[in-house]
Design a protein around this ligand. Sequence first.
Ligand SMILES: Cc1cc2nc3c(=O)[nH]c(=O)nc-3n(C[C@H](O)[C@H](O)[C@H](O)COP(=O)(O)OP(=O)(O)OC[C@H]3O[C@@H](n4cnc5c(N)ncnc54)[C@H](O)[C@@H]3O)c2cc1C
Length: 409
Amino acid sequence: MAVIIEITQCTGCAACQAGCTFGAIEIDGGIAVITDKCICCGACVEECPVQAIRLENEDNLITPAKEKSPLEAYQGVWVFAELRHGAIMNIALELLGEGRKLADTLGVELGAVLIGDKVEPLAQDLFAYGADVVYLVEHAELENYRTESYCAAMEKLIKTYKPEILLIGATNIGRDLGPRLAGRVHTGLTSDCTVLDIDTEKRLLNQTRPAFGGNIMATIICPDTRPQMATVRPGVMKKATPDFNRTGKIVKAFYPPDVKVRTIVRNIVKEARKIVNLEEAQIIISGGRGVGGPEGFKLLEQVADSIGATVGASRGAVDSGWIPSNHQVGQTGKTVHPKLYIACGISGAIQHLAGMQHSSVIVAINKNPNAPIFKIADYGIVGDLFKVLPALLDTLKEINNGSDQCSAI
Ligand SMILES: Cc1cc2nc3c(=O)[nH]c(=O)nc-3n(C[C@H](O)[C@H](O)[C@H](O)COP(=O)(O)OP(=O)(O)OC[C@H]3O[C@@H](n4cnc5c(N)ncnc54)[C@H](O)[C@@H]3O)c2cc1C
């Protein structure tokens, strides 16, 4: 037996709190929350003027067939709204886009979990990108991400409001938070998913991710525990078009008072690297081992400047130390979908293709006619990139009446 509060119906009027002789009800963020002092006497059910409270298995008293399984007590799709330097990360908006579809398929609400210090104004953006409810935990201890404090806040939210599905970005923070949280709430987690959909018959989340070095796609389900948790690769899901007229409900929760946080953040250092926004780039020119060294990448940069492209790279080139890892495209790098992807001196290993195969047009330049990259290229040039790229630069200059900048692309 347990007391259930329907959060969508509860008005936070506190009539139940007044009627509870055990002091077992708190009003948290405008919603009644049952604490562990509850003995399930059911007095609050009578007190509630909007019938938002019920005893979990009261249906059971009428007909045993109607007993709700503990899994059914979990409802709603949640997205962890990751923040950096006080701003919502793109991955959170991508997850809201995907979460909206999943929530609509299941006919449930889409929730966003917003944790931080003085972050409430960001809730409006989360509503704009598709959230119906924002679960907000604000506290000075939550100003910066730390595993213990964020995990404690999330654990409390999950145990109180019971989501059916929880999506977290597979960022450094998400990869740290997800497994610890799944352990705390004793549920399953699939990491680094690239495809999500719902088995509508069983209401299960099909969580698909590359496995065995990208050679197979594994679809994993979590049938026996809730929430079904997945971390999702950044850059794979699509953000919804924001609607800044959308509004929603904010549910405020308290940060648990007894959390022991052993990590002290002394300083956050922003690495002074050139920003490489591969995920948003419309044109990418990428180099692989065939580029031969850092000098070769200077040639790629010249072409990139001329056509307004961003420079990408294979892991082969990154591992050789010719270009920083934030340029890497592929399974362990960025997933990109530009209008034009030019692969120069890249063989086309499956792990590279995993990150760029959905580009609208793929051009490959490679001196080996049997290189696998030609199998997915729309246009292929068999040749030495050190001859092809200078010829391309000359042609672009010609088209643009002698200018280095090409306006034709
Ligand atoms: C778990 C795992 C994850 C991985 N993740 C990634 C990832 O995210 N991204 C990634 O890219 N790889 C990844 N890899 C590595 C991947 O398997 C390949 O080793 C890598 O992509 C090869 O890089 P490359 O194509 O630059 O080099 P190579 O395979 O060595 O290919 C070089 C190509 O350049 C051509 N070439 C040489 N000289 C010239 C020239 N002058 N002009 C034109 N063409 C020339 C050659 O014909 C050849 O095809 C991963 C591997 C594993 C096991």
